[in-house]
Structure formats: structure tokens, C-alpha cells
Design a protein around this ligand. Structure first.
Ligand code: IMP
Length: 444
């Protein structure tokens, strides 16, 4: 059976967790393939409201295997806290499997993340400060610790772990003290911490690529869960204001991040918010600094649904839907199906703008330039569509939507260039319109 990838089509926070939660019911396995606790999913279901950073959103289905793939970087304490929180709220965690090749976020990573941002000054990326970037840098620098280092035959008995920790920590303390003028970290405390992590996480650590490959060969449906958004991808995003994952937020990264070949992937669901948000720094052509921007941010804030980062609590930057960027991410990721989220947030507007192209140096262009200066200089060309006035939170089919809301959806669909098969109209699981069952209907 072909695997299905779910990606974010913008700068993250599109509502992927909710879409994964929805599609997970059709699959036996849900595998997260990239990033670390910089990502955040909010999921609302019968058990309550959950903010997940590491554990795949499929964990709420009792019969699904949930994989944390080799493409992830995992902060062990954060993971243990998340597992304990889920256990305490009645979620069975025995179905969680962690790749033995996933990288560990080590104690120096968040320290370096923050010191590095401070050193960059006005050129700071606006990272989440979770150490994700430095963990990926160490992966590429071949200095990383992996999950296997916690369990390979008695790493603590054989002092294998201690020896590696010693030299890497010496190296990192030099960087912290000499480059950033920070405080060195102590060996003993880290060693003891990781001994505990080894005991606590050992039961979940395995070669997950074999599990995914076996499930694929048995013909099972597999859902590959992306993190962040395609515009934060290291290669195709708004560089340098991107995240550091190598198999990052794009569909192609799913293969690397769980250990399967590209021929296994048949469907790519692109999740797009009905408007635009971004956290952190970097270009955002349709950003709003006026009342409309605040209205987008504050909608639903009293219910915890406002535009504030799930990981850092930072207010998100807001703007009108950017059709240029959406089309570009849909094409780069081979999106076959779109989930449009948060349509209900737009009900408050009398008229709604949509960016259909940019102007740069007096020329109309329909792609974002590569240079930072170019990205910062483009002026959005807008189309203005009438608002619909009525609430849409009770709509469960397209015909329940006001005519103008349907027109907005159709225009977004044209701009993205892929069919919108699901629309969310509120945070609850059932507050959705599904126009095509992508699992029931074979794709071309
Ligand atoms: P880092 O991933 O913490 O290094 O941050 C790099 C950039 O990606 C910053 O602009 C972050 O705000 C952004 N970012 C990282 N993870 C997420 C996410 O899950 N949602 C939205 N933005 C994110």
C-alpha cells in the first residue's frame, strides 16, 4: 500500500496535528520523520486538549503503532515528560517506537542555540531555543549522540558512553566558553541524567525502519507525519530564516526520515491555513501590522486557539493567504490533496485579501526570489474577495457553507493547484468538512 505524507505548506503551525489525527484512523502506523521539540501540535479529542512536541499525533488511537523516525532530533527529558503526561491521561504508550538512529538533543544544544542567537544580534533567526538547530548541526558534523548510544550493549557498564561524552563535552565546552563566553557544563550531572534516560527510554528504542518497511510490504497504510512547514525547509524554504533539519519539512524528506524509498509514497496531503502565519524572523510578504493582523491573531484566544506558538508561546505574525508561496510549496512537494484549516477565523472579515502574485522592481512575478533582499522587497498583488459574515463552525458539508465562503475556498484551490479535500471549521475533531475520502478513493 502506498504511504501518505502530511506536510505543512506554509511556515508551520498549519494544523497538521489535527489533520494527522483525522487521517490516522485509516492507517495502522503513524511515523514522524523530522525535527524535534521545536515543533508543536495541538490536538483536541475526547480525552481533552493536548500539546504534543515529539510523540506522533496518531498516539490517541489505541490500535496504531507510532514511530519516531531516524530523521528526528529528540530531547530525552522532553520526551519522558510527554510520555508521562500522556500516560497520566490514560494513553497507552506501549505502541510508541523510537528509532535507534534518531539523534539526541544534548544539554549543550539549547545552551548553544540561545548563545548563538544572542551573538547574531539583529541577524538572529528567531529560533525556538530548543537546541534543534545545533543538534542537526552536530549530526552533520558527526558529533551527534543517537538513541542507540543509550542502549547499545550496556553503554554505561562498558563506559562507552562516558568516553564519548567526555571528548564531545570537552569540545562543546570549548565552544561555549571560548566562542560564546558562556558557562561550561559539568560532566557528572550529564552522565547521571543520561543513565536515567537510558533506563526510562530503553523499552521504546528499536530499528524502526524495519518496522516501517515490514508494514509497507504487508500492504498496510502508513501515515508519515511532517513537522513545521515547507517554507522552513533548509533547501526550499526562506533561507536563512529556516529550520536546520536535513530531511526537514518537505515530503521528499519523509523517505530519509523513516528509512523507506520514494516509490513507497503515493499521496501527499498539504496542510494550508486559510491565511498566513509565521513565528520567528524572516520575510513574510503578506504580513499585516494593522487591526486585521491582530484580529487574525486574537481570534479564539479565549479558548486557547489564538495565534500564539505552541512551543514558545510567542505571538505569531499574521497575514493574508499567499497564493504564490502556496503554489510553490504544492509543486515542490507534489501535493495531491489539500487540507485547508481555520476557515472559521476568516468569518469575522467584511472583505478578505488573497495574494496572487508579487511585484518586484515594477515587474509582476509569480515566484519568491532566492535572495533575502528580493524576498524582503516583493510587494504582494492582492485580489479582494467579499467576506461571508456568518459563522461556519457548524458546517459539515460544502453546501452548509455560505456561497462566498465556498467561493473563497475555490479561489484558494485554484491558486494552490491541488484539490481541497478537507476543510477545518473549528478546533474539535468533528468540526470539519470532508469533500473526498482520499483513502477510499484510489488516486490516478
Ligand atoms: P528552530 O527550528 O528552533 O531552529 O527555529 C528556526 C525557525 O523555524 C524559527 O523561525 C522558528 O520560529 C521556526 N520554527 C521551528 N519550528 C517551528 C514550528 O513547529 N512551527 C512554526 N515555526 C517553527
Amino acid at each position: 500500500m502506498p504511504a501518505t505524507v502530511v506536510i505543512g505548506g506554509q511556515w508551520g503551525d498549519e494544523g497538521k496535528g489535527r489533520v494527522v489525527d483525522f487521517f490516522a484512523r485509516n492507517c495502522t502506523m503513524i511515523a514522524r520523520y523530522s525535527a524535534g521539540s521545536n515543533a508543536g501540535h495541538t490536538i483536541v479529542n475526547g480525552l481533552g486538549r493536548f500539546a504534543l512536541h515529539l510523540v506522533p499525533a496518531g498516539i490517541f488511537y489505541a490500535d496504531k503503532t507510532c514511530i519516531m523516525g531516524n530523521g528526528m532530533v529528540i530531547a530525552p527529558q522532553g520526551l519522558i515528560d510527554e510520555i508521562s503526561m500522556l500516560e497520566s491521561r490514560g494513553v497507552d504508550m506501549s505502541r510508541l517506537k523510537i528509532s535507534d538512529r534518531a539523534q539526541l538533543v544534548m544539554p549543550w544544544h539549547p545552551v548553544i542555540d540561545r548563545l548563538d542567537e544572542a551573538m547574531r544580534g539583529e541577524n538572529a533567526i528567531g529560533t525556538t531555543g530548543t537546541g534543534t538547530g545545533p543538534a542537526f548541526i552536530d549530526k552533520a558534523a558527526r558529533l551527534g549522540f543517537r538513541m542507540i548510544d543509550l542502549v547499545s550493549p550496556d553503554p554505561f557498564e562498558s563506559d562507552e558512553f562516558d568516553r564519548k561524552l567526555k571528548w564531545v563535552l570537552d569540545y562543546k565546552n570549548l565552544v561555549i566558553t571560548q566562542l560564546y563566553d558562556g558557562e561550561p557544563l559539568a560532566f557528572e550531572a550529564i552522565r547521571d541524567q543520561f543513565h536515567y534516560y537510558s533506563d526510562r527510554l530503553r523499552q521504546y528504542i528499536t530499528d524502526t525502519s524495519i518496522l516501517v518497511q515490514d508494514a509497507h510490504e504487508r500492504g498496510e497504510q502508513i501515515l508519515l507525519e511532517g513537522a513545521q512547514g515547507a517554507l522552513l525547509d533548509l533547501d526550499s524554504g526562506t533561507y536563512p530564516y529556516v529550520t536546520s533539519s536535513s530531511p526537514a519539512s518537505v515530503a521528499a524528506g519523509a523517505c530519509i526520515g523513516v528509512g523507506i524509498g520514494p516509490t513507497a509514497i503515493r499521496r501527499v496531503v498539504g496542510v494550508y491555513k486559510a491565511y498566513q502565519t509565521r513565528v520567528g524572523n524572516g520575510p513574510m510578504p503578506t504580513e499585516l501590522f494593522d487591526q486585521d493582523g491582530s484580529a487574525l491573531r486574537e481570534h479564539g484566544v479565549d479558548r486557547g486557539a489564538g495565534e500564539y506558538g505552541a512551543t514558545t508561546g510567542r505571538p505569531r505574525r499574521t497575514g493574508w493567504f499567499d497564493g504564490v508561496l502556496a503554489r510553490s510549496t504544492a509543486r515542490q512537494n507534489g501535493v495531491t490533496s489539500v487540507a485547508l484549516t481555520r476557515l472559521d477565523v476568516l468569518s469575522q472579515f467584511k472583505s478578505i485579501k488573497v495574494c496572487v502574485a508579487y511585484e518586484l522592481n515594477g515587474q509582476r512575478i509569480d515566484a519568491l526570489p532566492a535572495s533575502l533582499h528580493g524576498m524582503q522587497s516583493v510587494q504582494p498583488i492582492y485580489e479582494e474577495l467579499p467576506g461571508w459574515g456568518d459563522e461556519v463552525t457548524e458546517a459539515r458539508s460544502m453546501s452548509d457553507l455560505p456561497q462566498r465562503a465556498r467561493e473563497y475556498v475555490r479561489r484558494i484551490e485554484q491558486l494552490i493547484g491541488a484539490p481541497i479535500d478537507m476543510i477545518s471549521v473549528g478546533p474539535e475533531r468533528e468540526q470539519a468538512i470532508v469533500t473526498r475520502d482520499i483513502f477510499g478513493q484510489a488516486l490516478g
